[in-house]
Write a protein that binds this ligand. Structure first.
Ligand SMILES: *[C@@H]1O[C@H](CO)[C@@H](O)[C@H](O)[C@H]1NC(C)=O
Ligand SMILES: *[C@@H]1O[C@H](CO)[C@@H](O)[C@H](O)[C@H]1NC(C)=O
Ligand SMILES: *[C@@H]1O[C@H](CO)[C@@H](O)[C@H](O)[C@H]1NC(C)=O
Ligand SMILES: *[C@@H]1O[C@H](CO)[C@@H](O)[C@H](O)[C@H]1NC(C)=O
Ligand SMILES: [Cu+2]
Length: 657
């Protein structure tokens, strides 16, 4: 039955204009018990401010911005007629502050945990060294802080940040620890897509409320959490006043367990065609026209929708999901409303969507041999696993060891359990090669770009191809149904060091538990302006991402030409000058300092400068640990360490790493 319903949703919706009114709504008459929300489409869509850097440093031509964020409890009046909801979010907001970072500008974000539980921050969709990737047990306990260092070197794309702490990621994301992070670039700017007020991020989530207006807990059911109140940017069923022109809308599914099948309906219920222009890893080669868009947890899709024919009318964003595993309620078929005005105040960037959006998607090298098969299944006691191994199985949880810079074909199988599994692989950009075993293949907008999440419905087998590099390190991959992730459908892979590259790191970024980068206890001294800028400079001076482009090029050449390690010297020498500049390419940072910086410090004379040139045959990075206020000079290659135990209420599983 699930398949039949699913076929209905995807088949009918994709190829014909169907009325949203037709047929009984399968969620009608059901509620999860939240009080009635009597303000549907009456509250404006919240659009948070874009974060501004507190400090910008220039190190050997690289621009590094510094931001700080405090994880803290706050209240939000969700039901105007009831009491407030209690949340815990980044800087006391939900969603957290929006980041908009030009490609090539590195960022260091200091998170201070003033919440109730331990925290680990993952920048989802970023190539980030393991030590800053939000490894589930690399946690900040309450009262601790950690500096996360990000490259932002990939092409323009909508990524996001959210908690990833061991065992309570779902709780933390649900109560507010999630936010939008957008990478921009000049190639995208040159396309003339709708921008400024006409470029809107829409973060979807579903929640439940108690009779007093406070949130109901998402915990208790190990299979799924489905709320009966749909939020966009943490506001239930909002409206957005728009002009009769084109808009770029960026969808983020930040829900714990709920995918959506989105459509735009005019006042008669007719669906409005729109164009999908990009997904997780940025712009497609060409736009994909559709009447509906299936988006699962963790996924992002960007669309251009044209309201020009609807002046003075209201357009509803609806959810037509008809998937047997997904619980719909009375109003989960509605998402938000666009109230179209009569006047266009700015008609720039309102032309046809270019037929070529991105001519340089860097598709992974084709490969037909399956390197790994992963079964996503439910075991006894409601434990979810990958190949029978869960994340608490410390000695066995590394399920793959792709060699640095290699391309692998992974087969992901939904082998059981009454739920869907959107699989997220950290670090990589995946090409979705095939989907078999169910009722559908690869959707056109899944095939049009690279992705970091792919949805597995019951019975489905999906093959994905990805480049594992350019550097080595240990990363998680897991189900992005956060209930499953916590319970513990998550394991790891180790991108293993490629000796032949002859590339020597003096700092170990590969072990996520390297104590050099562990969270530290709060102290006023560590937050004094001079200490902050010194910490930023020390970190920036590591040049942690400076060799990316040279390494990526060398690896590509190595795997293309080297049949034996003897060929390596030639491969490196002949390719290091070539900058990989698109797709998953890792450009060396080149952007100029942001004018938004409140303080600009040029520190080329502070510390020992990093060599980040890529013209030499062997890229090198010189660590400047001697200038760092928080490094331990003895830890060059550290293995696993044990962190202090979690706060009360912490998930009882114990990890060594
Ligand atoms: C359009 O939606 C707005 C906001 O919900 C509402 O105030 C208005 O009455 C609606 N207009 C029409 C014509 O339905
Ligand atoms: C978070 O709030 C602090 C204190 O108001 C502010 O200085 C900082 O810039 C904010 N961070 C972001 C990312 O907006
Ligand atoms: C990952 O692989 C590296 C070799 O590149 C090895 O030294 C390290 O111990 C491995 N890490 C784990 C956790 O297995
Ligand atoms: C890296 O280290 C190895 C072993 O110590 C050495 O043989 C090699 O020359 C080094 N490579 C570079 C580029 O320094
Ligand atoms: Cu799952």
């Amino acid at each position: 039955m699930a398949f039949a319903l699913n076929l209905l949703a995807l088949g009918l919706a994709a190829f014909s204009q169907v009325s949203a009114q037709q047929g009984p709504w399968r969620g009608a008459g059901q509620s999860a018990g939240s009080p009635a929300y009597n303000y549907m489409f009456q509250m404006p869509l919240p659009i948070g401010p874009v974060a501004e850097p507190e400090l910008t440093v220039n190190v050997n031509g690289r621009t590094v911005q510094y931001y700080s964020v405090t994880i803290e409890p706050f209240t939000q009046q969700v039901y105007p007629n009831l009491g407030p909801a209690h949340l815990t979010g980044y800087n006391g907001t939900a969603p957290g502050p929006t980041f908009k970072i030009p490609r090539g500008t590195e960022t260091i974000i200091r998170y201070l945990n003033r919440g109730e539980l331990s925290a680990a921050v993952h920048l989802h969709g970023s190539y980030t060294h393991s030590v800053w990737d939000g490894w589930a047990s690399d946690e900040m306990q309450v009262g601790q802080w950690k500096d996360y260092y990000y490259p932002n070197s990939e092409t323009a794309r909508p990524i996001w940040y959210h908690d990833h702490a061991d065992g309570h990621t779902a709780t933390d994301a649900y109560y507010g620890q999630a936010g939008v992070y957008i990478i921009t670039d000049s190639a995208e700017d040159a396309l003339g897509l709708p921008s400024g007020d006409y470029d809107v991020a829409l973060a979807l989530s579903d929640k439940r409320y108690q009779s007093n207006g406070d949130l109901a807990s998402p915990n208790g059911n190990p299979i799924n959490f489905f709320g009966d109140v749909i939020h966009v940017n943490d506001q239930p069923w909002p409206y957005l006043a728009v002009e009769p022109r084109k808009y770029r809308l960026r969808f983020f599914d930040m829900s714990l367990s709920r995918p959506y099948d989105l459509y735009f309906a005019d006042p008669s219920g007719n669906w409005i065609p729109f164009q999908v222009i990009g997904s997780d890893s940025g712009l497609f080669g060409a736009p994909v026209s559709t009447n509906n868009l299936l988006i699962a947890m963790g996924e992002r899709y960007e669309v251009v929708v044209d309201f020009s024919s609807y002046a003075g009318k209201n357009i509803t964003l609806g959810n037509n999901l008809q998937q047997g595993q997904i619980q719909e309620y009375d109003n989960t078929n509605k998402v938000m409303r666009f109230v179209v005005g009569n006047r266009v105040s700015d008609s720039s960037n309102n032309g046809a969507v270019p037929s070529v959006l991105n001519a340089n998607i860097e598709w992974p090298t084709p490969r037909t041999t399956v390197d790994h098969t992963f079964n996503f299944q439910m075991g006894g006691d409601s434990v979810w696993t990958i190949n029978g191994i869960d994340f608490s199985n410390v000695n066995n949880r590394i399920l793959a060891k792709p060699q640095q810079g290699s391309t692998q074909l992974w087969e992901l199988r939904h082998t059981g359990g009454p739920a869907v599994h959107p699989v997220h692989v950290h670090l990589v950009n995946m090409q979705i090669i095939s989907r078999t075993g169910g009722s559908r293949g690869v959707l056109p907008y899944e095939a049009a770009g690279l992705k970091d999440v792919v949805l597995l419905e019951p019975g489905e087998v999906v093959r994905v191809l990805a480049f594992f590099g350019p550097e080595n390190g240990v990363y998680m991959f897991h189900c992005h149904n956060l209930i499953h992730e916590d319970n513990t459908m998550m394991d790891a892979f180790n991108v293993t060091y490629l000796q032949a590259l002859g590339y020597n790191q003096t700092t170990d970024f590969a072990d996520p538990m390297n104590p050099q980068f562990a969270a530290q206890d709060y102290s006023d001294a560590a937050f004094a302006p001079a200490a902050v800028s010194s910490a930023v400079v020390s970190l920036a001076n590591l040049g942690a991402y400076s060799a990316f482009s040279a390494l990526a090029a060398a690896e590509t050449a190595y795997y293309a030409t080297a049949q034996s390690t003897n060929a390596m010297a030639t491969a490196v020498a002949s390719t290091t000058a070539a900058i990989v500049s698109s797709g998953y390419g890792f450009a060396t940072s080149t952007a100029t300092a942001s004018t938004a910086a409140s303080q600009v410090v040029t520190l080329s004379t502070v510390g020992k400068a990093v060599s980040n040139t890529v013209s030499t045959s062997t890229p090198s990075v010189t660590s400047t640990t001697s200038t760092s206020s928080k490094t331990s000079s003895t830890s060059s290659k550290t293995t696993t360490t044990t962190r202090p135990g979690g706060p009360p209420g912490h998930h009882p599983r114990m990890f060594q790493a």
